[in-house]
Design a protein around this ligand. Structure first.
Ligand code: SIN
Length: 283
């Protein structure tokens, strides 16, 4: 299945999630038609990929700004001289990576980011793939009874687990954590099912990394249902898995996906640059 939209070839990797977009150079300013085509593909496929790109931090930011204002990550360190570009690096000797539990970026924020743009600078010869899952399909494949129950629920999201892991792993992870990140646990309440602003489709919005409990429920009461939803969401049929090359770029929609960074490449260096685009309050 190959479609063309404003000179961009769209090569889907899966019927509902993931498509490679060819015929676009992210180092050049995009035309209005190209921005519209990328946005349409993002809404349709939830994560889109570009190959063989060669971009500076400024060019990555310029591309991101075509889709919204930049959301600066308050937790992790950045590329020197570019506070808006998060530096994700796993050195040869590191035991852990960042993003190894399924999540939607920064959902502990009152207004979580719409999208994230990840640029591969250096990748291992094998391993280090990233996986995404389709949170609209996850919702649609639930029973009508559970869908109706979830529509009435909100969930508390926080970064308590993220900070605990960062403190416990210090010395085994090269991606830096800002000292100010530890000053407070960040927390927000969001609907368990959000309506995607672009497609109008309902999407499950809970993750193992950040969802703590249902609003008004204890953590113990919440965990059995949350665990069911997390396992359901990441079923293989809901996933796309991307094999990176240096120069690959992934642009994902945090409203309709979760993602997971595989930590299976010990002894090899991997360096990624991430820019995050602001969203609107989930509703
Ligand atoms: C992340 O943004 O969670 C990390 C993704 C990756 O490094 O593949």
């Amino acid at each position: 299945m190959l479609q063309t939209l404003d000179g961009i070839d769209i090569r889907p990797l899966n019927p509902t999630i993931g498509a490679e977009l060819h015929g676009i150079d992210l180092a050049q300013p995009l035309t209005t038609a190209q921005v519209a085509a990328v946005r349409e593909a993002l809404h349709r496929y939830k994560v889109v990929f570009f190959r063989d790109q060669d971009i500076t931090p400024e060019q990555q930011l310029d591309f991101a700004r075509r889709f919204g204002a930049i959301d600066v990550n308050p937790i992790f360190g950045h590329v020197p001289g570019h506070p808006e570009v998060m530096l994700l690096v796993k050195e040869e000797g590191d035991k852990f990576n960042i993003g190894e539990i399924w999540h939607s970026d920064m959902s502990f924020a009152p207004v979580p980011p719409m999208g994230s743009i990840l640029y591969a600078r250096q990748v291992p010869p094998a391993g280090g793939d990233t996986l995404w899952c389709d949170m609209n399909r996850a919702y649609e494949t639930l029973s009508e009874g559970l869908k109706a129950t979830l529509l009435g629920l909100n969930a508390v999201h926080n970064n308590r687990g993220q900070l605990e892991r960062a403190a416990a792993r210090a010395g085994d992870v090269s991606t830096t954590v800002q000292a100010s990140a530890f000053a407070k646990v960040r927390e927000a309440v969001h609907p368990v099912v959000r309506v995607h602003e672009g497609s109008g489709l309902p999407c499950l919005f809970v993750s193992e990394t950040f969802t703590w409990c249902f609003e008004g429920w204890t953590r113990e009461e919440s965990l059995p249902l949350l665990r069911f939803l997390w396992d359901h969401a990441i079923k293989v049929e809901n996933q796309v898995r991307f094999r990176w090359q240096a120069g690959s770029v992934a642009f994902w929609d945090n409203r309709s996906t979760m993602h997971y960074a595989a930590n299976d490449y010990h002894g090899w260096r991997r360096e990624m640059h991430r820019v995050t685009v602001k969203g609107t309050p989930p509703a």
